[in-house]
Every structure is written in structure tokens, then in C-alpha cells.
Design a protein around this ligand. Structure first.
Ligand code: NAI
Length: 334
């Protein structure tokens, strides 16, 4: 099957080529992001392979379907960038990679927690300058602290296991309790209780209409002063403006972000010679207690290999049977 692969980076090629070796699909690698203007590059391709910041709104899907695209394979777990209602109406199947390495994302959340708590980013810069002063680097023991995990699917569950290993009290909030997380010692509580009782809050729910700005000004006022907030899910789960106000007031003691509401204009490219036009993002960068990574939580060898294999598997299954292995349905939006 001919597949137009958008937002391709060298590492995508490496892992997709390896996974495709036995399957023999025609992979057309495109560096550009998928948007209305770039959809034409997929003309004649039965499938389009897209990543987190590719746009798959109704007008883009219409353009793709008009050119013969029948399948959209996402090489990610989240599907908030796809208009599933439009895809269904157009007869375009949407598939994703529901699971590749939940450990990769959970471990990155832990990297943010540890770095922020022990101020590793600041310590590193100081030591390189010959400054060995400890003032300003004071952290706290994780042992005995309360960690609130919102969304205990695959990633959240992996984080429950790790944080229990640190000796933390783990509170969880999800639409449904996972007995496996409970047996690890997590206690499911209403959101308000989790917000009020946690020293660290980590977000692992998908971006849906219900979770859009889940962490807003009202939610922040319910949190403990000095709370550590970690987001490796999707940027818009946090209202950035409210978070900036929370940082200014001290309600948020530290903020670790791997995702950002307007990241599509920034992440996954080298902008080091440009002036950042996004004033909210630039403001975030001024806080000493904010640590941002550019959507790299998934970025391990193990995860990339698994993403490539599942993506090729989705394409092969669709070509053979008319159904991908991991289709996303409109119902999942609920
Ligand atoms: P998952 O689908 O296994 O788990 C999501 C969990 O969130 C489910 O248990 C679900 O019931 C729960 N949930 C849904 N709505 C909720 C709500 N309103 N309140 C509380 N819980 C709710 O997904 P997984 O693999 O754990 O990933 C979670 C999210 O992380 C993905 O949707 C994706 O957006 C993001 N992600 C980010 C990556 C990165 O590199 N930063 C990589 C992979 C995923």
C-alpha cells in the first residue's frame, strides 16, 4: 500500500523502514506537517501516516478522502487531533498505536519530578559555572509524600508502580478504577480530594472535551500551596494562563511540562535561531521552577520500535482485511 508519512524525522524513517522490511509498503516520507496546504502531497496514497501535531480536521480529511485516502494511521496513542465524526462520514478508517511503551512516558514523568524536586537543571548549570552553592536547591524526600495521578490507563498505571516503589502514597482518579492499580496500593478518590491532598499531581488522561482545561484557575485554588504539577499527556489539559498565574502566586511550586497547548507551532524542530513569538510560552521559560521538554516522553528506542511495528501492522491488516488492528471509533470521544 502507498503511504504518505507526514512530519517525518530521520528517526521515524529508521524505525519505519526496519518494521516495513517484510511488509513492503511504499512509504513516501514527507518532512512537512499535515495541514490543508500539504494534503496534496498525499495524492494517490491509500494511507496517510500522521503524528501528534498533524491536523486531521474535517477539511483536511475531506481533501485526503477526495484524493483516495482510505486509512489514517496515527503513530501515537492520542487522537485528539482527528475529527473522528468527519472521518466516519467520509469512510476514512482511523487507527492508532494504543500501547507502545507506557514505561517510556511514565519514566519521563518521573524524570521531571526528580529534576524539579532536586533542582537538577539549576544544579547542572551552577556546577558548570563553578558555583557549588546549595542555596536555592533544597528539595524534599519523595518517600511518604502524596502523589495524585489523574488517568490510570497504561501510562498512569506504570507511574503508580514506580511511585509506590519510592514509598509514596498514591491517590488516583479515573472514570473507572483499575483493580491492578488498587492492588499496587493506589486509592481512587474524587478529583477534588486528589487535588486537595496531593503534593505532586501528574496528568495521564487523554485530551477530550471533558479534560480540556481540567486544570484551570478553579482547580488550582483547590490544590496545596506549592504543589508540583506534571503534564505529559496533552497540553490543553492545563489552562496555560491559569498555570502562569498559579506560578506567580506560588500556588504551583513547580511545573514540569512535556506538552504545551500551542506546541504545534514550536515543538519537533530547531528554532534556536528564531525569536519565540508565543508570549505565554516565553513567560513559562522565565520561571526557575518550570522545566519543559518538547514532547519527548515517548522518545525511547523501545517505544519507537513498537510504534513502527504497530503502525505497519495497522496498514498491513487494513490492506488485507479492510480493518486496521487498532481502529479508533467515534465512541471513544465520550
Ligand atoms: P490510556 O488510554 O491507556 O489511559 C487514559 C486513561 O485516562 C484511561 O484510564 C481513561 O479512563 C482515563 N480518563 C479518560 N478521561 C478521563 C477523565 N475525564 N478523568 C480522569 N481520567 C480519564 O492512555 P495512555 O497510554 O495512558 O496515555 C495517556 C495520554 O498520554 C494519551 O491520551 C496521550 O494524550 C498522552 N501521551 C503522551 C505522550 C508523550 O510523549 N508526551 C506519549 C503517549 C501518550
Amino acid at each position: 500500500m502507498q503511504v504518505a508519512v507526514y512530519s517525518t524525522k530521520p528517526y521515524d524513517r529508521r524505525f519505519l523502514d526496519a518494521a516495513n522490511a517484510g511488509a513492503g509498503h511504499g512509504l513516501i516520507y514527507l518532512e512537512s506537517r499535515l495541514a490543508l496546504e500539504t494534503a496534496v502531497a498525499a495524492a494517490g496514497a491509500g494511507a496517510v501516516c500522521a503524528f501528534v501535531n498533524d491536523e486531521l480536521r474535517a477539511n483536511v480529511l475531506e481533501a485526503l478522502a477526495g484524493q483516495g485516502t482510505k486509512l489514517v494511521v496515527l503513530r501515537c496513542a492520542g487522537f485528539n487531533n482527528v475529527d473522528l465524526v468527519a472521518a466516519r462520514a467520509l469512510g476514512v478508517t482511523v487507527a492508532r498505536v494504543p500501547e507502545y511503551s507506557p514505561h517510556a512516558v511514565a519514566e519521563h514523568a518521573v524524570a521531571l519530578i526528580l529534576a524539579l524536586n532536586r533542582k537538577i537543571h539549576r544544579a547542572h548549570a551552577r556546577v558548570r559555572e563553578g558555583n557549588f552553592d546549595l542555596d536555592g536547591l533544597l528539595g524534599f524526600d519523595l518517600f511518604g509524600r502524596t502523589v495524585g495521578i489523574i488517568g490510570t490507563g497504561k501510562t498512569g498505571a506504570a507511574l503508580v508502580r514506580i511511585m509506590r516503589g519510592f514509598g509514596c502514597i498514591v491517590l488516583a482518579h479515573d472514570l473507572r478504577a483499575d483493580p491492578a492499580c488498587e492492588s499496587l496500593g493506589a486509592r481512587y478518590v474524587p478529583l477534588a480530594e486528589l487535588l486537595a491532598a496531593s503534593d505532586i499531581i501528574s496528568l495521564h488522561c487523554p485530551l477530550t472535551p471533558a479534560t480540556h482545561h481540567l486544570i484551570d484557575a478553579a482547580a488550582l485554588t483547590q490544590m496545596r500551596p506549592g504543589v508540583m504539577l506534571i503534564n505529559t499527556s496533552r497540553g490543553a489539559v492545563i489552562d496555560t494562563r491559569a498555570a502562569i498565574n498559579g506560578l506567580k502566586s506560588g500556588r504551583i511550586g513547580s511545573l514540569g511540562l512535556d506538552v504545551y497547548e500551542e506546541e504545534a507551532e514550536l515543538f519537533f524542530r530547531d528554532l534556536s535561531d528564531s525569536v519565540i513569538q508565543d508570549d505565554q510560552f516565553a513567560r513559562l521559560l522565565t520561571f526557575p521552577n518550570v522545566l519543559i521538554t518538547g514532547h519527548q516522553a515517548f522518545f525511547t528506542q523501545d517505544a519507537l520500535a513498537a510504534i513502527a511495528e504497530t503502525t505497519i501492522g495497522n496498514i498491513t491488516a487494513f490492506e488485507r482485511t479492510g480493518h486496521a488492528l487498532h481502529e479508533v471509533s467515534v465512541e471513544r470521544l465520550a
